[in-house]
Design a protein around this ligand. Structure first.
Ligand code: PLP
Length: 367
């Protein structure tokens, strides 16, 4: 039995989208491929609200996170850390041999613009990494406020991990002055995992020219050279591009604004439902994600049993991000569990899911 995915990625992929992955292949050095890629490029610009190129990589989002470090950090990078994925980006920077500093808050809290201002004003940094939506804690940052600060530092590359938000929340890349905005296929875009997308600004491409050791696979200049020819430097996942084109058409047909509003409604519905049942939201008030809700398990339920029983009912659900829950358990605090509501999920889908949870909760100590 297929379990419908409500984990925060990979998310459920519609059957018609999945079927596009089995479109008969063409070689990537053909006119047919160039036409497909050209078409996708234009649609991606709409999705990212940018005039910058949006590159496609056959990797997961982590590939482009590494690319950002290898291509764009010369002096030192400021990593805003508030959970596991933002912490990972710091580790990527270190492993790429870059000088990096953490600006860290307690997991579940958000990074505020004044904290960033204080750090950037030292003049030590030439790049900043912000995780828009920290999937491990369900915190969504206020990118507009942060961008107001970063804009005052034109020599600082503004690098944004929008892996679990782009396509579910509006991110106006050019208006916000984001130099590299990264996302993965398997989250709010509701595609199978395997490709990553990233917008890259002119300023970023200029910076990359000054940075040695960019490597090959994630060299932004190589990617750009081939991008301009409607192609990629090496064999891409052509199958993903068929599915991406189809899904972008669907998204534009729904209307991007409508899609973002739907995500807001789903988030609101999930929060209300969880609170009604007596759970508390884990993220700092005012910073709750629109794509994934993270609840504090104030009832001390058996979360692995909950996951198992939900599985028996046909749903693949989350029993909390392990690293976060271990931290919370060590501190004697309630653990967390998350419900993803991103991609192509509908309100009716959530009603069915919530019905199953309500059957399961009394059996795992959550009556
Ligand atoms: C916020 C965030 N950043 C980065 C990643 C890593 O992305 P990927 O698994 O596509 O490499 C994830 C994955 O869950 C994520 O949620």
């Amino acid at each position: 039995m297929h379990k419908i995915l409500y984990i925060p990625g990979p998310v459920e992929v519609r059957k018609d989208v999945l079927e596009k992955m089995s479109t008969p292949l063409v070689g990537h050095r053909t006119k047919e491929f160039a036409e497909l890629f050209h078409d996708v490029k234009g649609k991606l610009k709409q999705l990212f609200y940018t005039e910058n190129p949006v590159m496609v990589s056959t990797s997961s989002g982590s590939g482009f996170m590494e690319a950002a470090m290898r291509n764009l950090v010369g002096k030192k990078v400021l990593n805003c850390v508030c959970g596991s994925f933002s912490d990972k980006w710091y580790n990527i920077a270190i492993r790429c041999g870059k000088e990096a500093e953490k600006l860290e808050v307690d997991w579940g809290k958000a990074i505020k613009p004044d904290m960033i201002e204080e750090k950037l004003s030292t003049g030590e940094f030439d790049a900043i990494c912000v995780t828009h939506n920290e999937t491990s804690t369900g915190v969504m940052h206020h990118l507009e406020e942060i961008s107001e600060v970063v804009k005052n530092y034109p020599d600082v590359m503004f690098l944004v991990d929008a892996v679990s938000s782009l396509g579910g929340a509006k991110i106006e890349v050019d208006k916000l002055g984001i130099d590299m905005c990264i996302t993965s296929s398997q989250k709010a875009l509701a595609l199978p995992p395997g490709i990553a997308l990233a917008s890259v600004s002119e300023k970023a491409l200029e910076r990359a020219k000054q940075i040695p050791g960019r490597g090959y696979y994630f060299d932004l200049l190589e990617l750009k050279k081939m991008y301009d020819k409607d192609n990629t430097p090496y064999t891409p996942s052509v199958s993903h591009l068929y599915a991406l084109k189809y899904q972008l058409d669907r998204m534009l047909e729904e209307g991007l604004e409508n899609r973002f509003k739907r995500h807001e409604r789903l988030a609101e519905k999930t929060r209300k439902w969880g609170k009604k049942l007596g759970f508390e939201l884990f993220p700092e008030t005012g910073y709750e994600s629109v794509t994934v809700s993270c609840f504090s398990d104030t009832k001390g339920m058996d979360l692995s049993k909950m996951k198992e029983l939900m599985g028996e009912r046909g749903f693949s659900v989350d029993s909390g991000y392990r690293k976060l829950n271990n931290k919370l358990a060590d501190a004697g605090k309630p653990m967390t569990f998350r419900i993803a509501h991103m991609g192509d999920t509908t309100e009716e889908d959530l009603d069915t899911l919530f019905g199953a949870y309500e059957e399961v909760f009394p059996k795992v100590g959550g009556a």
